[in-house]
Design a protein around this ligand. Structure first.
Ligand code: FE
Length: 343
């Protein structure tokens, strides 16, 4: 039977996958640049391919390297989707012109406005919080209240946190600038830095290890690090994590600082429709459940069950500053942290 090209394509689209000479041909493909560990995204991409027939070509690398690559490839980039962590990185990609705005009713109805770019350049796909963590028995949680209060002299020499070149801290400071303004934030950073137990070094896990080892009493770290350590097969990591408790700061007012992992369609996308379908799939209930649970993150939408470990951290009020603000204030945050001596 002869089908016109248009009929043939729509039949293929309906079937998702069609067969020719015994070979399965994908209903197109989509090229994904991902800053997430391959094991933490690949099974989900396989499910997307099984459901849609769209082949996903995955390139995994660090967030900064992917952005550099997108910039240098420019209009010739094979990438259709950039998946990365932190609103600061998503904003940087948007500012570099490597993302394009997308309108999707599915994405707009599913993902709260706080967690996506108003113009559609990027969409949050999971949520992480950056609360205060403390060594059980060494800190009375009644002594803790807000990030702002960590600048008080009673915390002198008791705080561990990674360096200011880390985007998580830049976003933390950016969120404070968005709420309190630059002058008040700078005063806070100066007091906070004066309380550091040591020169900033290492990643979030290292701050928790240093705290348990006695170098400090309090650390600031993203929730999934503690959750992953608690679930770790490594006995030493698990032992460290079990000595740490989460304190949700700023609950009486703006809420704990949160950030997203997210994705956007590239400006150069040649498989734009498939790119949007992939984003819509990742925002879907099944994907949200798996993605959040596997990464020990919070889903970006309501009505999705949390991992048991995250449930153990308790409920919290999240800062509802729009994620776009974290990017907007990133440059100001970096300059401010530099002036205030956060190395
Ligand atoms: Fe991380």
């Amino acid at each position: 039977m002869f089908l016109s090209r248009r009929c043939f394509l729509s039949a293929a689209a309906l079937a998702g996958v069609f067969f020719l000479g015994g070979q399965a041909l994908a209903a197109g493909e989509v090229n994904l640049y991902s800053a997430r560990q391959e094991a933490l995204i690949k099974p989900l991409l396989d499910r997307f391919s099984a459901a849609t027939g769209i082949k996903v070509n995955l390139v995994s690398a660090k967030a900064d390297a992917l952005l550099q690559r997108l910039k240098s490839e420019s209009r010739n980039s094979p990438a259709d989707v950039l998946l990365t962590v932190d609103a600061g990185n998503l904003h940087a990609a948007q500012a570099a012109g490597v993302l394009q705005p997308v309108r999707s009713r599915v994405l707009e109805e599913t993902i709260p406005a706080t967690y996506r770019d108003p113009a559609g350049h990027w969409f949050g796909l999971s949520l992480r919080a950056r609360p205060v963590m403390y060594v059980k028995g060494r800190v009375d949680p009644a002594e803790l209240s807000t990030y702002e209060a960590l600048a008080e002299p009673k915390w002198k020499g008791r705080i561990c946190i990674r360096s200011s070149d880390n985007v998580y801290n830049q976003s933390l400071v950016g969120a404070m600038i968005a709420t309190r303004g630059e002058a008040a934030t700078e005063t806070w950073v100066r007091g906070f830095v004066a309380n550091f137990a040591r020169k900033p070094q290492g990643g979030d896990r290292d701050q928790l290890k240093a705290a348990v080892a006695g170098q400090c009493d309090i650390a600031i770290a993203n929730t999934y690090y503690l959750a992953q350590m608690l679930e770790s097969g490594k006995a030493d990591e698990k032992a460290v994590a079990e000595k740490i408790a989460v304190f949700w700061p700023n609950q009486a007012e703006r809420g704990v600082h949160v950030n997203i992992s997210g994705a956007g369609v590239t400006a150069a996308a040649s498989n734009r429709d498939n790119a949007v379908r992939l984003l819509e799939f990742l925002a879907g209930a099944e994907a949200q459940q798996w993605y959040a649970e596997t990464n020990q993150e919070y889903p970006v939408r309501d009505g999705i069950a949390l991992s048991a470990t995250l449930r153990g951290f308790g409920e919290f009020r999240a800062d509802n500053v729009n994620m776009a603000k974290l990017g907007e204030f990133n440059a100001a945050a970096v300059r401010l942290m530099d002036r205030a001596g956060w190395r």
